[in-house]
Design a binder for this molecule. Structure first.
Ligand code: IMP
Length: 197
């Protein structure tokens, strides 16, 4: 079984990647240094790709410092974009979730509730960096629903959800079938597969 390191402090992201890649014959392993997920600095930027590229650059330096440069390593950066609130929370998604939470987002919205999630995944292949993007369109629910998932999952209903369920009301498999992260990671897997990795 091939192994892909994933540098993330978010156990939900890790679990989703494991659910997706496991059946495809890949083991997704949390990237740790001395038994801990290393901190990487996220630059101030209005662009998820810039953030993901800054993270992968630091991650590759960490791999090099461990003499593990031949291994592959994944980082990703995601954000929620709400049409009624241009570019918001966007690259500030983590900060906004911490400060006003899902409740705060619901209070800001009226009738226009369309939104999308974006994921930019940056992969160090062992030789070079490749970038994969996934998008998921949907709407912001009128109430918080569901116990699963993480982050904004309890208020995001993907367009593919026929019964109006939020991501937080779905299994990892269901969420990944529609989600921004699922799309970006499937593109990444197709790349690895074609590359014969
Ligand atoms: P990050 O910077 O990529 O870790 O994510 C920014 C913010 O978006 C964090 O608060 C995450 O909890 C949230 N987020 C990222 N991906 C998802 C998702 O798939 N569902 C819900 N919230 C997410």
């Amino acid at each position: 079984m091939a192994t892909l390191n994933f540098l993330t402090g978010n156990s939900g992201k890790l679990a989703e990647a494991q659910t997706l890649f496991g059946p495809l014959g890949w083991e997704i392993q949390a990237f740790e240094v001395d038994g801990e997920v290393p901190d990487v600095i996220e630059p101030q930027s209005d662009n998820l790709t810039t953030v993901a590229l800054a993270k992968i650059a630091q991650a590759v330096e960490l791999l090099a410092s461990q003499n593990r440069l031949e291994e592959s390593l994944l980082v990703e950066d995601s954000g929620l974009f709400i049409d009624a609130l241009p570019e918001f929370p966007g690259v500030y998604s983590a900060h906004v979730l911490q400060s006003i939470g899902c409740d705060g987002i619901l209070r800001l919205l009226d009738n226009q509730r369309t939104a999308y999630f974006l994921t930019v995944a940056a992969l160090w292949t062992g030789e070079a960096v490749e970038v994969f993007i996934g998008r998921c369109d949907g709407t912001i629910s009128t109430e918080i629903k569901g116990e699963g998932g993480f982050g904004y999952d309890p208020i995001f209903i993907p367009d593919e959800s026929e019964d109006g369920r939020t991501f937080a009301e779905m299994t990892h498999e269901e969420k990944s079938a529609y989600s921004h992260r699922g799309r970006a990671l499937r593109a990444l897997f197709d790349y690895l597969d074609e590359d014969g990795a």
